[in-house]
Design a protein around this ligand. Structure first.
Ligand SMILES: [Zn+2]
Length: 422
């Protein structure tokens, strides 16, 4: 059975075939640690985790890299703003301290949400030397140019040199009314910054370079991390749908310039979380964090289950009422599952766990578990997790199916593999 997955690059469902048989090179964009990560950010990480876990369940070896976006423009801007608000005479926070608090909190929430840790977790700030040598190379190859604006040096990427720039995001369809939010006077409208000279006098955010002391532009890091730690060409690149432009288009352009190859074969994009149907934003004051849910008595498992109820390509609306309903549904499925287990394996109470493991080992040898095959078929359909949850509930509620060894085994394998409900 083959996983069929929606590829945002070709805009259609495709059979998933990795380049190297059973090995998958998987890159997922990481957290922007200029701020604390909220439940909207974690929805993307959840679905990336489900894809990761499902590939493992299907027997693939997954090699995954993810960055910690610590040196991007927003992080520097927020840090400098925070410094301005600091009282006179109090000790100034270093950039590293400012970032580390947010990065550590991200990792702690990520772990609490039971997300698999990528093989490579790489900070942008550890890639500055790689960025410099790549910028030199792009200049040498003619894909980049230098420019002085208001007495500062810049290096820009020239997108006119790359065929198919804008295919991922459908630039021709989406550009109407779209403004690029930067104030550089570049030679080409879509050109993007690879290096900028800055005047902060801060060794954490400013580095020496032939083209002026400063820092790399945001667009360069992910291409470098993916190609350095995974492969010049990767199987799946994932991220939030907002990242399609400019971030992912720019990654594709840089990698094409460096390798002349397709960078990623499949692009997996996760849609938004809205709050009462409105976008989550600082301006609207409606940002919700995992800690806010915990204060109201919900758990990380409740949030994982909540995410599993709406398909990744649709926006998911959040309200506390919807989260409460999800929690009740989770408890309902869990108690049916445990009570069916108890009933089916009654008489073995003294050593129920040992008995179930032995029973499961026997069932494991059976490749024709019709329930397991059905669950896998549902998930193979573009990760139809909501469909799986309701199918499991349907079987557990059915007198005809519920006390079937094979069903209990199949549910246990799937739920433990994906870390939902359980
Ligand atoms: Zn990225």
């Amino acid at each position: 059975m083959t996983l069929r997955i929606y590829n945002s690059l070709t805009k259609r469902l495709e059979d998933f075939t990795p380049m190297f048989q059973k090995r998958v090179y998987y890159y997922t964009c990481g957290p922007s640690v200029y701020n604390f990560a909220h439940i909207g950010n974690f929805r993307t990480f959840f679905w990336e985790d489900i894809l990761h876990r499902y590939l493992l369940l299907k027997g693939y070896q997954v090699i995954r890299a993810m960055p910690i976006s610590d040196l991007e423009d927003k992080a520097v801007k927020n840090y400098l703003q925070e410094l301005e608000s600091v009282q006179e005479n109090s000790r100034l926070l270093t950039f590293r301290e400012f970032i580390d608090v947010r990065a550590k909190k991200f990792i702690s929430d990520f772990n609490e949400l039971d997300m698999l840790t990528p093989n490579y977790l790489i900070k942008f700030s550890d890639m500055v030397e790689d960025a410099k040598s790549t910028i030199e190379k792009l200049l040498r190859l003619g894909y980049a140019y230098t420019k002085i604006i208001n007495n500062k040096n810049y290096v820009f990427f020239d997108v006119s040199k790359v065929q198919n720039y804008g295919h991922l995001w459908d630039i021709n369809k989406n550009k109407k009314g779209f403004r690029i939010k930067d104030d550089y006077s570049k030679s080409g409208y879509y050109d993007f910054c690879l290096w900028k000279e800055t005047m902060h006098s801060n060794n954490d955010i400013e580095f020496d370079f032939t083209y002026g002391r400063g820092r790399p532009g945001n667009g360069i890091y992910c291409s470098l991390i993916a190609t350095k730690y995974l492969n010049h060409r990767i199987d799946i690149h994932a991220g939030g749908t907002d990242n399609r432009y400019p971030h992912h288009e720019n990654e594709i352009a840089i990698c094409y310039a460096l390798t002349k190859k397709v960078f990623a074969n499949y692009w997996f994009h996760v849609s938004h979380v809205t709050i009462n149907k409105r976008k989550m934003s600082k301006r609207l004051g409606n940002i919700i964090y995992l800690d806010d849910l915990k204060e109201k008595g919900f758990t990380a498992e409740d949030l994982r289950f909540f995410y599993s109820l709406v398909h990744y390509r649709k926006n998911q609306n959040f309200t506390f009422e919807l989260l409460k309903e999800a929690k009740e549904l989770r408890n309902d499925i869990l108690s049916s599952y445990y009570s069916v287990m108890q009933e089916t394996y009654s008489g073995s109470e003294n050593n129920m766990n040992g008995f179930v493991i032995q029973k499961f080992n026997e069932l494991n040898k059976n490749n024709n578990n019709k329930y397991l095959l059905e669950f896998l078929r549902i998930l193979d359909d573009d990760l139809n997790l909501p469909g799986l949850v309701f199918k499991i509930k349907e079987y557990l509620d059915s007198e005809e199916h519920r006390k079937n060894d094979q069903l209990i085994y199949a549910i246990s394998q799937i739920l433990n593999g994906l870390k939902i409900i359980i």
